[in-house]
Design a protein around this ligand. Structure first.
Ligand code: MN
Length: 710
């Protein structure tokens, strides 16, 4: 194993080598006494992976991460340990690899394989993570013979479906070809056996001819005064297997078992020597390919031609520059190859970001379009791919929520959804799903059906249609009647008549907020419980009060004179200033003043939804000023599983931060059984409020916390 260190010492400068050596020692200790299936020390595996990556020319951070790639998963070493010893860059690489390890690809369907590749790429934020993963897989495939037959088949299949295409797209043909052949060995053992023995026999027969062609080519180079080299290379078995299988050829019908390669210094020389070759030997029609003018999607560049030699044998000849040859072998990894010559520290970073840019770029450049699409897909623009607990991939619209997921699985699952887990943790139903999330839906037979609020949460139009269809069925006269009298009663309880606050105009205003299309729809949904009476009446009252000449008296909490402390109105003194009760601004919030008729200026948070529809000329610039001596009321909503628990936790946090609770108001959601408690909290400024919210968010018993506006 020590030879890997010698190898690294030769390749890297002192500082980089020191990093590699440190990772080597660290991983060796961490994996001490662990064994592989082969009986070897486990540590031989990370060493082999590091060696593959060093041969590809990757940077020292990648090599360090390669040594460490299994320690988080398989040893007691923690993330913090790695961060402390090796810094964030190495940690992120290790975490990236660890995260990808969690997915086992099981489906055999072609489309799922494509999805899986996309997830893979999208989740590995740094392209080096994928290259480490490829090296990891390559070494695991090399030592596959120690595993059970079943496991061999599964890994080989997965390698062929997921890893080989990735290596191909990244242009790393060295890894791709070796993986190809290893897959063939385990998936088609008889074919593999047949090919490897027979090819050797055929190659023996043609050995002399190949040597002759190479000599002729060297002569052509010398005659044309072009400096270059000539190599003969056997094609890898899988490419021959593919030709036999899909083009229905027998082994002796394949005339390009060996590719002869001519490597020169410039593009001009490539074309020049191609002309000379065609002058010497007749080209086979339709077999000339110019991948220099039109590179392959993975950036492969070369000239290919197949010629009939004057001694009656057909050969394929590839012509390229040294640079192209290098890129063909190493693909994207070639970008790290000569890092030792780097001029400044940031060069690698800029190269990395360039690669990302290229990979994420959606437009233009025809040649690489397929490359980009296949690699990045439209993940970043319009869709997100997530897993079911069984590992099936579900394709959803970008920003989709667990509800979209539930309805995507089955409408009935959506209707009965009462909660969701993402990656094993309970989450609110409006959580935005991320690529690669494992989503589990919790349903209940007792669920009465979707909630009207869901229409605002769900992302996909088809989910909305499904929810609306459910509500349509409930549009019965009976529900409409019940809903109307429920609203009338609630209005009366608050001292108004429903007919007074529910007008065509006010309905139009709240209809868009609540996604209703008609008053009957609103009554019906109240009638069977999809929307609470409170919800509707508060909105109606709010609109009603705003349209009244003397509004909002009760909603103002603190009253102050402008300039005397708290808030200053731009360019004015002596104005009455009030704080709006709907959004309860506190010092530190972005604020704006609303000039109310005859009642001075009401100060709102600038993101207060109630300001959305007011005329701009009634808004005025205001700012915080000398507020330290006063306290302010702010509203927060806390969601948990148990009311006493929520109260205890919030009271504890408030006491600890030396704030005060003004009021609380709790209820239980009939569908989710979650407890929702609204608090009015006395704070000095926004920082104090933010501290409280952060503290509550950190408590595992609290499901969600947010600041409220009514
Ligand atoms: Mn590994």
């Amino acid at each position: 194993m020590l030879d890997i260190l010698d190898n690294l010492q030769e390749r890297y400068n002192a500082k980089d080598f020191a990093l590699c050596k440190k990772a080597y020692d660290f991983a060796k200790k961490a994996h001490e006494n662990q064994k592989r299936a082969s009986g070897e020390d486990y540590f031989t595996h990370p060493c082999a992976v590091a060696k593959i990556l060093a041969d590809l020319g990757l940077d020292a951070s990648t090599i360090a991460a390669a040594f460490l790639h299994d320690v988080i998963e398989d040893t007691p070493v923690s993330e913090g340990d790695i961060k402390k010893e090796f810094g964030d860059e190495v940690l992120q690489l290790v975490l990236g690899v660890t995260k990808l390890d969690k997915f086992e690809f099981t489906s055999k369907e072609e489309e799922q394989a494509e999805n899986f590749r996309k997830i893979f790429v999208a989740m590995a934020k740094d392209i080096r993570v994928i290259i480490i993963k490829l090296a990891d897989r390559l070494h695991n495939m090399r030592s596959l013979n120690f595993l059970s037959h079943e496991r061999q088949q599964r890994l080989a299949r997965e390698t062929l479906d997921v890893f080989v295409p990735l290596a191909d797209r990244l242009g790393i043909s060295q890894i791709k070809c070796e993986l190809d052949d290893l897959c063939l060995k385990y998936l088609e053992p008889e074919f593999y056996e047949y090919l490897s023995t027979n090819i050797d026999v055929m190659l023996k027969e043609t050995e002399g001819l190949i040597a002759h062609v190479q000599e002729e080519l060297k002569r052509l180079l010398a005659d044309s005064n072009i400096k270059g080299e000539v190599f003969g290379r056997r094609k890898h078995l899988y490419s021959i297997y593919k030709k036999m299988k899909f083009k229905n050829k027998t082994l002796d019908q394949i005339y390009d078992l060996v590719a002869v390669r001519v490597i020169v210094r410039t593009v001009d020389e490539c074309y020049e020597i191609l002309g000379k070759i065609h002058h010497e030997w007749k080209p086979v029609p339709g077999r000339i390919k110019d991948y220099i003018a039109t590179p392959k999607p993975n950036m492969y560049r070369s000239l290919h031609t197949t010629v009939m030699t004057n001694f009656g044998k057909i050969f394929e000849i590839q012509i390229r520059t040294y640079e192209m040859n290098h890129a063909a072998e190493y693909g994207i990894a070639a970008h790290w190859k000569y890092k030792e010559n780097k001029k400044d520290e940031n060069e690698l970073d800029s190269r990395l970001s360039w690669i990302r840019e290229v990979m994420e770029w959606q437009g233009g450049l025809k040649d690489s379009k397929e490359f980009l699409n296949s690699l990045k897909g439209d993940i970043y623009s319009s869709e997100v791919l997530v897993f079911t607990p069984k590992g099936d991939v579900i394709r959803l619209a970008k920003d989709a929520t667990p509800l979209d997921f539930a309805y995507n699985i089955h409408t009935a699952i959506g209707h009965r959804c009462i909660g969701a887990k993402v990656n094993g943790k309970m989450v609110p139903l409006n959580t935005v799903l991320q690529v690669g999330d494992v989503v589990e839906i919790i349903t209940s037979q007792n669920s009465k059906g979707p909630s009207w609020d869901w229409l605002k949460i769900v992302k996909s139009p088809s989910t909305k249609v499904k929810i609306k269809q459910f509500f349509k069925k409930e549009m019965k006269d009976e529900n409409i009647k019940t809903g109307r009298s429920m609203l009338e009663a609630e209005a009366k309880r608050r001292g108004v008549n429903l007919s007074e606050i529910l007008t065509d105009e006010s309905f139009l205003r709240i209809a868009s907020k609540l996604s209703f299309t008609s008053q009957d729809e609103m009554f019906a949904s109240v009638g069977y419980g999809a929307v609470s009476t409170n919800h509707v009446i508060v909105k109606l009252l709010d609109f009603y009060r705003k349209s009244q000449p003397v509004p909002e008296v009760s909603t103002f909490v603190n009253t102050k004179k402008s300039g005397s402390g708290g808030v200053t109105v731009k360019g004015m003194t002596g104005l009455l200033v009030r704080f709006a009760g709907c959004c309860n601004p506190v010092p530190g919030d972005d604020i704006v003043g609303f000039i109310s008729r005859g009642r001075g200026v009401a100060v709102h948070r600038s993101d207060c939804p109630n300001l959305k529809n007011v005329e701009n000329d009634r808004l005025i610039e205001v700012s915080w000023n000398n507020y330290a001596s006063t306290s302010y009321n702010a509203g927060i909503k806390v969601i948990g599983n148990n009311q006493t628990e929520v109260l205890t936790i919030v009271a504890g946090a408030v006491a600890q931060l030396k704030l005060g609770i003004i009021s609380t108001n709790g209820r239980t959601d009939s569908r989710t059984k979650q407890v929702i408690v609204e608090f009015s909290i006395r704070v000095g400024d926004k920082t104090e409020l933010d501290d409280l919210i952060k503290k509550l968010q950190q408590d595992s018993k609290i499901i969600n916390v947010y600041r409220t506006t009514t």
